[in-house]
Design a binder for this molecule. Structure first.
Ligand code: ATP
Ligand code: MG
Length: 561
């Protein structure tokens, strides 16, 4: 990956400027802060590559911080999946941290804020509070509890913490400015009551801190130097700084928040909430369904960490939101798999072919290269016999001169094997071709002479020997959504654009070398695409996913521009 050649992104420029202005390099520290309320998706991969990439560039530690402040939506299952995904992408975190580890510290600081008159307990309903909040053009109004005494506030907050009140009866609010032009500064909520067990702190707490209060203070506790988040947090930066102002010790490092644009991918959605909806409504089978834009879905589908990292590196970091075409991601996976995936032959839409002048019962083992671009990949042998499968689309009774595949009276080479000529075909009662009878030229075998002595024909077809073939379920995928940006339509729900044909299952016939594959193994099925062995495979039944087709539309686009 041309890591050194590419120019710095604007976040790296910010760090470079800090270093140039005397910032101590040994103080650099970053974090990736997922909320464990779902599986990571390709958008997160950008954030992971950014933060861990900075760690590698500056030899600085990167924490994996679970932002686990909402017990209503978070689970250990998600924590485990997130750890697996980050590690699989190839990154190592310095410390595994949890915002929930800081609940006591955050509580103590909140008590300090109350004591200094910077926070108060509000006992209104959420509707009343919303009414007083004003609008972007209209200042808010101060509520009746805003000027409670410190003693009363301390007593109520302790009562909240001790479980004396029901949900929704009180909240703790920062006392900032109900007239601030920034709505987020109009006395934001710091704590709410939630009588819910937490996946880590269990029933220790029944009040939970809000995101804004938690995030910056967690950065401060961990002494994160640059806290990078997505653009929607830009207006939160003022609040981030206000909270830090109340408690920062000037001898310690003060974190700074900087924002970059969310990455969206075409023909899918990158929001955990929406992805959860796809799982819960049975549109997909699971979070790691190979059609999902989750890291786990891409992994199961056959995407490699290298291809995802080089994709993230290529799209880089932006200041404005846009949609990246999924074909660019496919370009990166195709490019990597082209280098590493062994070539094999498989037929997905079989048509029987009988070689009438080939001895019955005879078999030959033909040498086949594993990767024409990589000699070190070696070769294997594939069996040849009188009865073969080719793809249905590769035969026509009649066709014009541009059809380089097999037609009656025409010749093609069978990959790694002989030249054959189609002599006749058999049809069923509906007129569909069900068998093709051919003859072969015994002197035309690939590798049997020098290149020059071999007769040339225009077309080469892949094939498998019927008596030797093994069968497998092969899953072919199309886009999960029919629209490029399904969640940006004003009067339509993204679910309206679900592609009903995103999954097709067929029975494939594979060369016998594929008998001992393992889950995750990747191959190029020649002329059909890249495929991997799905985790649904068992000793009785092999299941393959098509990772990506061979067609390289992106490269064509690139050549044009
Ligand atoms: P979602 O909307 O999918 O739930 P989120 O931002 O709420 O996303 P978090 O778990 O809070 O999810 O995100 C962890 C980190 O990843 C945050 O720093 C967030 O800004 C970043 N991130 C999330 N989605 C994207 C995206 N599409 N592109 C880039 N970074 C993202
Ligand atoms: Mg979030």
């Amino acid at each position: 990956m041309g890591e050194e050649e590419r120019s710095l992104n604007f976040i790296e420029h910010i760090v470079e400027d800090d270093l140039a202005n005397g910032y101590d390099k040994s103080h650099l520290r970053f974090r990736f802060p997922p909320e464990p309320n779902g599986y990571l998706h390709i958008g997160h991969a950008s954030s992971i590559c950014l933060n861990f990439g900075l760690g590698l560039r500056y030899n600085a530690p990167v924490n994996l911080r679970f932002d686990d402040t909402n017990p209503a939506k978070e689970e250990k299952e998600y924590v485990d999946a997130i750890k697996k995904d980050v590690a699989w992408l190839g990154y190592e975190w310095e410390t595994e941290c949890y915002a929930s580890d800081y609940f006591q510290q955050l509580y103590d600081w909140a008590v300090e804020l109350i004591k200094s008159g910077k926070a108060y307990v509000d006992s209104q309903s959420s509707e009343e509070m919303a009414e007083q909040k004003g609008s972007p053009t209209e200042p808010g109004k101060e509520g009746p509890f805003r000027n409670r005494s410190v003693e009363e506030n301390l007593e109520l907050f302790e009562g909240m913490r001790n479980g004396e009140f029901e949900e929704g009866t009180h909240v703790l609010r920062a006392k900032i400015d109900m007239a601030s032009p920034n709505m987020l500064m109009r006395d934001p909520i710091m704590y709410r009551i939630l009588h819910r067990p937490h996946h880590r702190t269990n029933t220790d707490w029944c009040i939970y801190p809000m995101y804004d209060w938690t995030h910056g203070e967690s950065d401060y506790i961990e002494q994160v130097s640059h806290s990078l988040c997505t653009l929607e947090f830009l207006p939160h930066r003022e609040l981030y700084n206000w909270f830090l102002d109340q408690l920062v010790d000037s001898r310690k490092l003060r974190p700074k928040q900087r924002e970059f644009a969310r990455r969206n991918l075409s023909h899918t959605v990158v929001s955990k909430r929406k992805l959860l909806q796809l799982v819960e409504n049975g549109i997909v089978d699971s979070w790691d369904d190979p059609r999902m834009p989750t890291i786990s879905g891409l992994r199961r589908r056959g995407y490699t960490p290298e291809s995802i990292r080089s994709f993230a590196d290529t799209i880089g970091i932006a200041k404005r939101e846009n949609i990246v075409d999924v074909s660019l991601l496919e370009f990166h996976v195709r490019e990597h798999l082209n280098r590493i995936a062994p070539r094999v032959m498989a037929v997905l839409n079989p048509l029987k072919l009988v070689i009438t002048n080939y001895e019955e019962g005879k078999e030959e083992w033909l040498e086949a290269e594993n990767n024409p671009g990589d000699e070190s990949a070696g070769s294997r042998e594939v069996p040849f016999s009188r009865e073969l499968y080719i793809e249905h689309e590769d035969f026509r009774e009649e066709a014009n001169r541009k059809f380089f595949r097999l037609k009656l009276g025409g010749e093609v080479r069978l990959k790694n094997g002989y030249i054959i000529k189609a002599e006749s075909c058999t049809k069923d009662e509906k007129g569909n071709v069900v068998e093709v009878q051919c003859t072969y030229d015994p002197k035309s075998r690939s590798g049997s002479g020098t290149e020059e002595s071999l007769r040339k024909v225009k077309g080469t077809l892949h094939w498998v020997s019927i008596p030797h073939a093994i069968s497998a379920e092969v899953r072919l995928y199309d886009r999960l959504f029919t629209d490029a940006s399904p969640d940006t339509h004003k009067d339509k729900d993204f679910m309206d654009f679900v592609n009903p044909d995103s999954l097709t299952k067929v029975t494939g016939y594979l060369e016998p070398s594929l008998k001992d594959v393992e889950i995750g193994d990747l191959f190029q099925f020649q002329r059909l695409g890249y495929f991997n062995v799905d985790s649904d495979s068992t000793a009785e039944k092999l299941v393959f996913n098509r990772t990506v087709t061979l067609r390289d539309t992106w490269a064509k686009l690139e050549q044009k521009s």
